[in-house]
Design a protein around this ligand. Structure first.
Ligand code: NDP
Length: 609
């Protein structure tokens, strides 16, 4: 019996992952072990597909001929014109007057709201004409299409919608039903296991094994150094504390209490419930957005503790023990996550943490969205215990500074550090929904990397400046403070507007408020912005984040490099993250991504990198 059905070089129809859409592809190779075909789409995208996701060309012939005859408009000359034109840009002489626009504003609004970019229908097999090889940049203005739908006969609407893949969602659903009823395509179940992870990141098995020790050792080292009178790198190694002084059961109890309190806030039925991005199985998970409420409730709880004279600098006094407790907890959690992932269905595994190597999968995270009932462990840890904990730690440092140095007011440096970082955390919680589209949620599994990162690295390393200031008072003048504040505001402005621009565009590309933005269409139906912040550099949000990181370190003065650890590490992190994202985007978007890179040559830093 032959082990493979399709030969190298054969032109077949390949299903686009997570959808029921088929495109013409060429078989490039076959992996005997994983039983996966590497296929090449016309836009250059290469993907690994299972045999069941591939069909012969002949099985689509019937539909092809039917489709070309069913829509007379497709034979008209307007077809070739519209291919290269924007979905939203009106044809010459067909611009509507503003009064007409006003008349139909309500209708238009409705249609625009329900309109979204979806991949083109396979009958068009139009990767050549549209996907990945844009002949021109599209303007993000669908208002014309929306109006046109109102006035043109059905067939014309059909042409416009099919061609630009702009279709009211309800209609899209109806059409999908028709397609499946007619059984024109074999619309099989889209459940699909992610392929085995072939490209290992973070130095592969050895690199991840070392990181499991290196990351906790770094936190330990930084905290020890911060406690030194002279935290210079020359004073290496710092004197080690007695082993038994690192652990206190009571501290661990407080940590557990904190974690449980945040879990309780997460479970409260307040805040809206939203859908995440579709998984490889096509399923969408639901997430409750109540991080900001959790923050308010935490603030109220801390306020109550302070009111009842609870000494918050207990946190400062036992800082290292808290870090050790959090590290022990995150290690325990990672082991639990890995063990439970062994029983997880294959389609629920993380695309990046499914290598088959224990250490690697343990580090990256084997299961994508581990849940206990509706409690999503990764999503919960991503923004709650660690991020809110960071703010509480900062506050504890501020109070410790006042107490230790007998101050009636915290120092200006401490106020700046606290305020800047508070703004960052509040912003993240306020925009919690945006986390659902990040790499952490959609790509990486939940393993040691995120468990340790969320629960130890973020709260204990990101608060280093405040911790440093307690032991190393730094005086800055008002003009310097003002300059640093302006720098932070610039960073925040870039960070927030870049993230909002992309998130809003992803949520609703037809949003009239984004009509001024231009984008390159891609094979997946999603556009790549080439104007606005995303036309300035490829990751403008990282640029803003790095500027803010610098502003957080500057209030600590220039006596030591230690408080600059965060900005140095953060540049390395984001440069590496950017490279990972580039790699994923290139795989996802193929030629369209390359065009984007040509158009926007700088990755993070304009004119530098
Ligand atoms: P990003 O928000 O940068 O998203 C990257 C994704 O955006 C890509 O995968 C692609 O996804 C989409 N994209 C890329 N280019 C374009 C474009 N031109 N037009 C439209 N979409 C585009 O991902 P991150 O998760 O890395 O970062 C989120 C935020 O979190 C950032 O602000 C970052 O600074 C911050 N961050 C903070 C950290 C911290 O420790 N403080 C750590 C990591 C991140 P697709 O096309 O699939 O939508």
């Amino acid at each position: 019996m032959p082990s493979r059905k399709f030969a190298d070089g054969e032109v077949v129809m390949g299903r686009w992952p997570g959808s029921v859409l088929y495109y013409e592809v060429q078989v490039a190779s076959y992996d005997d072990v994983a039983h996966l075909y590497t296929v090449k789409y016309k836009d250059g995208t290469e993907l690994a597909l299972k045999e069941s996701d591939i069909r012969t060309l002949s099985s689509f012939k019937h539909r092809k001929s039917q489709s070309s005859s069913s829509s007379p408009s497709r034979r008209s000359s307007s077809r070739s014109r519209s291919r290269s034109r924007s979905p939203g840009r009106p044809a010459k002489g067909r611009r509507r007057s503003s009064s007409q626009s006003r008349e139909h504003k309500e209708d238009k609004k409705k249609t625009v709201q329900e309109t979204n970019l979806v991949p083109l229908k396979p009958s068009e097999n139009n990767t050549r004409s549209y996907n990945g090889e844009p002949e021109s940049t599209e303007r993000n203005d669908t208002s014309f299409i929306a109006l046109e739908q109102k006035f043109k006969p059905d067939l014309d609407i059909e042409r416009v919608l099919e061609h630009y893949s702009l279709r009211p969602r309800k209609e899209e659903k109806k059409r999908e039903e028709i397609y499946s009823e007619k059984k024109i395509f074999e619309t099989m179940k889209t459940e699909k296991a992610p392929p085995k992870t072939k490209e290992l990141e973070f130095g592969g098995r050895i690199g991840t094994f070392m990181l499991i020790f290196f990351l906790p050792a770094t936190v330990f080292y930084l905290l020890l150094m911060c406690k030194q009178d002279d935290p210079s790198i020359m004073n290496f190694p710092p004197p080690l504390p007695a082993l038994e002084s690192l652990w206190e059961t009571r501290v661990f109890g407080v940590f557990l209490l904190w974690f449980a309190l945040q879990a309780l806030f997460y479970l409260l039925p307040i805040g809206k419930v939203v859908e995440g991005l579709p998984l490889s199985s096509g399923k969408k998970l639901h997430y409750r957005i109540n991080g900001f409420y959790a923050f308010i409730l935490t603030a109220a709880a801390i306020g109550a503790l302070l009111y009842f004279q609870f000494e918050l600098h207990y946190l400062y006094d036992h800082f290292m023990q808290f870090a050790v407790s959090a590290a022990a907890f995150s290690m325990g959690l990672s082991i639990f996550l890995y063990i439970r992932s062994l029983k997880a269905p294959e389609e629920e595994l993380a695309p990046s943490g499914n290598s088959g190597y224990l250490v690697y999968d343990f580090f990256i995270g084997h299961e994508l969205n581990p849940r206990i009932g509706s409690f999503d462990l990764k999503y919960f840890c991503e923004l709650r215990p660690g991020l809110i904990g960071w703010v509480v730690i900062n506050l504890a440092m501020l109070l410790a500074e006042m107490k230790i140095h007998n101050l009636s007011m915290p120092s200006l440096s401490m106020i700046l550090v606290n305020s800047f970082q508070l703004l960052y955390v509040v912003d993240a919680l306020w925009n919690e929904e945006a986390v659902l589209t990040t790499m952490d949620i959609t790509h990486d599994g939940f393993g040691f990397m995120l468990a340790f990162g969320d629960l130890v690295w973020v709260p204990f390393v990101y608060s280093l400046q405040a911790f440093y200031l307690v032991g190393h008072p730094t005086t800055i003048s008002w003009p310097v403070a003002a300059a640093i504040t302006i720098l932070n505001c610039i960073g925040y402005y870039i960070f927030r507007s870049a993230n909002s621009q992309k998130n809003n565009f992803r949520r609703n590309p037809a949003d009239p408020k984004l009509a001024y933005l231009k984008f390159i269409p891609t094979a997946t139906g999603k556009g790549l912005l080439v104007t606005g912040w995303w036309g300035f550099v490829r990751h403008p949000n990282y640029l803003g984040d790095i500027i803010m990181a610098l502003a957080w370190s500057l209030p600590c003065g220039f006596n030591h490099i230690l408080p600059y650890f965060y900005v140095i590490y953060f540049i390395c992190l984001l440069v590496h993250r950017e490279a990972r994202d580039e790699h994923h985007c290139k795989q996802k978007y193929g030629l369209a991504w390359e065009k984007y890179c040509q158009r926007v040559p700088y990755r993070i830093f304009p004119y530098i990198y």
